[in-house]
Design a protein around this ligand. Structure first.
Ligand code: SAM
Ligand code: SF4
Length: 330
């Protein structure tokens, strides 16, 4: 695998790409989407071949890690074919973030298709609360999906929980115990101000990682993990358990200095930063005539100059980023 040829103006090397494969989803989580969403027309969405070409080009430029996300990646038709194709590129790490609802039937096939790791979102262990947060989700399906993933033998499984005050903050200890019982990791995420939502006030629902850590410390010792996760999450270990507890704190802990990642939306917009609008249109190059691999490579290399130094999220001010998380590829 070549060394990464993607370096930005601040000396950061980009070797991790998150590819959104759809903006659609079978859930409507209150922090991610409006209840009534309009999704993109098909011609604006990259084909599976175009997504694979983007993935291959990044790999040729030295990317070692790819994560497929969305929307819900498992609602995209023929997603297994894409996983099989990208699985051939020899990545060091090939992962997916999913809401888990399709894992009961798909976990084993995904593993065989070459996927290494899964992040599964789980915000509540209470059926009613789960339904209120996801609006359309069924908890039992997701719990079955987590078990199916464990049986399929992935290299790693991690749960993702967005903590909202008054919604699921008091469930934090139960979620940690659940992760311990299942032998998987868990990461608690501060809500980010992506997309204009009306369902709740983000300032009021905000629960900082420090608060979550204090809640967990009432039940378990948390020892900072020595290994570097290489990402925005800070990890802790608990004595007597293999489960690691992570915290992603875009508000209370700015992780931009070590940012090694970029995102590609399902429309083929290369986003240089989660919290800024700097982007480059790859779809235009992908659909250009003549088709040129060199041009695609050069466009990606040049785009690195646009990567901003840091994001600024403001809880109480206006929404700075109008795109929803399902458009961004969380
Ligand atoms: N549908 C898949 C899922 O839910 O895991 C993948 C896409 S989802 C956008 C990726 C992750 O982003 C999920 O863990 C979700 O909880 C998180 N997320 C969505 N909106 C968010 C927001 N406004 N702030 C923080 N995390 C968010
Ligand atoms: Fe769908 Fe994931 Fe967004 Fe929830 S967080 S609405 S599951 S894309």
């Amino acid at each position: 695998m070549p060394e990464s040829r993607l370096t930005d103006r601040f000396g950061r090397t980009v070797n991790y790409v998150r590819l959104s494969v759809t903006d659609r989803c079978d859930f409507r989580c209150v922090y991610c989407m409006a209840e009534d969403m309009t999704f993109l027309p098909r011609q604006q969405v990259l084909t599976l071949e175009e997504i694979a070409r983007v993935a291959r080009t990044f790999t040729e430029l030295g990317t070692e890690k790819i994560r497929l996300t969305g929307g819900e990646p498992l609602v995209r038709k023929d997603i297994l074919e894409l996983v099989r194709e990208i699985g051939r590129y020899g990545l060091r790490d090939f992962a997916m973030t999913t809401n888990g609802s399709h894992l009961p039937t798909m976990a084993e096939d995904l593993r065989h298709a070459g996927l290494h790791r899964l992040n599964i979102s789980l915000d509540s262990l209470d059926e009613d609360k789960f339904r209120r947060i996801t609006r359309t989700g069924r908890l039992s399906q997701v719990l079955d999906g987590i078990d199916a993933a464990r049986e399929a033998g992935f290299r790693g499984i991690k749960l993702n929980t967005v903590v909202l005050k008054g919604r699921n903050d008091e469930e934090v200890p139960a979620l940690v115990d659940f992760a311990r019982r299942k032998g998987v990791d868990i990461t608690f995420i501060e809500e980010m101000p992506l997309g204009q939502i009306t369902e709740h006030d983000r300032g009021e629902a905000f629960c900082s990682s420090d608060e979550v850590r204090d809640i967990i410390r009432r039940h378990h010792d948390l020892v900072p993990a020595t290994e570097d996760s290489g990402g925005p999450a800070r990890y802790y270990r608990m004595p007597g358990s293999k489960t690691r507890v992570g915290f992603i704190s875009p508000h209370s802990h700015n992780f931009c200095a070590t940012c090694n990642r970029v995102r590609v939306t399902v429309e083929g917009r290369l986003l240089l930063c989660l919290g800024n609008e700097h982007s480059v249109d790859l779809r235009r190059v992908l659909r250009g005539n003549p088709v040129s691999d060199d041009k695609l490579q050069q466009t990606i290399i040049d785009a690195m100059d646009l990567k901003p130094e840091k994001h600024h999220f403001d809880l109480n001010g206006d929404v700075q980023i109008l795109r929803f998380m399902n458009m961004t590829g969380g």
